[in-house]
Design a protein around this ligand. Structure first.
Ligand code: PLP
Length: 398
């Protein structure tokens, strides 16, 4: 009986089985949110159950970069993951620290927290946080949580922080903690970091400056394109970066990467906790031991070469989607370096079928939706989508 059940994948619970069926049908057309629906983890899970890791209760509490990593953990692998990604995000081998986080938001939390502590340690003064009004809401939420004075900097219509507005808002008496959006959530805009850095440089009276990059989605594919300089700490001059693991990299549950310079790490307060591995600079105590294993696995199995192919395919398919919508005369927009096409909002049934994320902006005629092109997209799916969108638009105009 039980064998019968495993064979047809039934759980023995009708409600669960229905839920599985809905997602099996929906996810291949999942166009609106930035999740890679081509799992790189099939063989990982075979190994995971074969090896009985599912029956072990490990924990990555503590700092993966101390001399004595916590034993009952996967911190050895966590460290190798960070060491693999550090040069990819332009951190020198002798000037980096990092960890596998619970999510992009968790990485932003560390960036904002580490940034504020760093600036306070350097100047003895409370910083002001600057972030564009198009950035992901987690940055505003976390600044609020950390009780930081926040100045929301206006962006242009395409979603990039306006340099003049940053300059106008600067408080020259207090250190500046700037969060750059490297792929704003809805429009996929990349803040022009060199131009914004130049604004900060024009104000040497600022007591100190810290730049955190929120690259939850774009930080996945950009390093594997010709635009890799955009996410390089050394070339762009930023102190920390957060990237999600469950977006481009295809980890099947929330996870992420946080990296910063060693100088930033060295200016954090050191809680000396003898019963862990002594050094607790990061925010969370217990941390997931499986996410680093999954990331380590995909580094080995997919790696830079595999991600280069995926990234170039995504860029080509994004250009194709934009071109086909343009050809159909359907209003749509695309930022440079972006895999996110935003467009006039189609009918509710299309929004539902493709799980499109929606928004409003009067500068683009009101209601909008966006499509985030990921690994599970194909030309055929895009053709089908464009045909549905344009035929519903022409019937709406009849
Ligand atoms: C998805 C996203 C986040 C949030 O990341 P989570 O991993 O979902 O916590 C933050 N910023 C940007 C730009 C994002 O795209």
């Amino acid at each position: 009986m039980i064998q019968e059940k495993t064979k047809d994948n039934s759980s023995g619970f009708a409600k669960l089985d229905e839920w599985v069926k809905i997602w099996q049908e929906t996810l291949p057309n999942y166009f609106g949110y930035p999740f890679n629906e081509v799992s790189p983890l099939g063989e990982f899970y075979e190994w995971y159950y074969r090896a009985g890791i599912n029956l072990m209760n490990l924990n990555n509490a503590g700092d993966p970069f101390t001399d004595t990593p916590w034993e009952v953990s996967s911190q050895v692998f966590e460290r190798e993951v960070i060491e693999f990604f550090a040069p990819i995000y332009g951190f020198a081998d002798d000037n980096r620290w990092g960890l596998v986080t619970h999510s992009g938001s968790d990485g932003n939390n560390h960036g904002i927290y580490f940034g504020a502590n760093y600036l306070k340690a350097k100047t003895g003064r409370q910083p002001v946080l600057y972030v564009s009004d198009e950035a992901h809401y987690s940055n505003m939420r976390l600044a609020h949580l950390q009780n930081l004075e926040t100045r929301l900097v206006k962006s242009d219509a395409m979603g990039r922080m306006l340099p003049d507005e940053l300059e106008r808002q600067l408080d020259s008496e207090r250190p500046a903690l700037v969060v750059y959006a490297m792929g704003s959530t809805f429009k996929g805009a990349i803040d022009d970091v060199p131009v914004l850095n130049a604004v900060l440089k024009r104000h040497p009276e600022l007591p100190a400056v810290y730049r955190h990059v929120d690259a939850a989605l774009f930080g996945g594919y950009l390093p594997f394109t010709e635009h890799r300089r955009l996410v390089s700490s050394q070339l762009m001059g930023f102190e920390s970066i957060a990237v999600s693991g469950h977006k481009f990299f295809g980890i099947d549950s929330p996870s992420g990467l946080f990296l910063c310079t060693r100088e930033v790490y060295d200016n954090q307060e050191d809680f000396d906790i003898p019963y862990l591995n002594k050094n607790m600079r990061m925010i969370n105590c217990s941390r997931d031991p499986i996410q680093p294993l999954k990331l380590w696995w995909v580094v080995q199995k997919v790696g830079a070469e595999g991600w280069r192919l995926q990234a170039s395919r995504i860029m080509e398919l994004t250009a194709y989607l934009k071109q086909q919508l343009d050809r159909a005369g359907y209003p749509c927009w695309l930022n440079d370096y972006s895999n996110t096409v935003f467009m006039k909002r189609p009918s509710d049934s299309i929004v539902h079928k493709y799980q499109l994320a929606t928004n409003e902006d009067p500068r683009f005629g009101g209601p909008l939706a966006h499509v985030v092109v990921m690994q599970h997209f194909t030309k055929e799916k895009i053709d089908g989508f464009v045909a549905e969108v344009s035929s519903s638009a022409s019937s709406a105009n009849d």
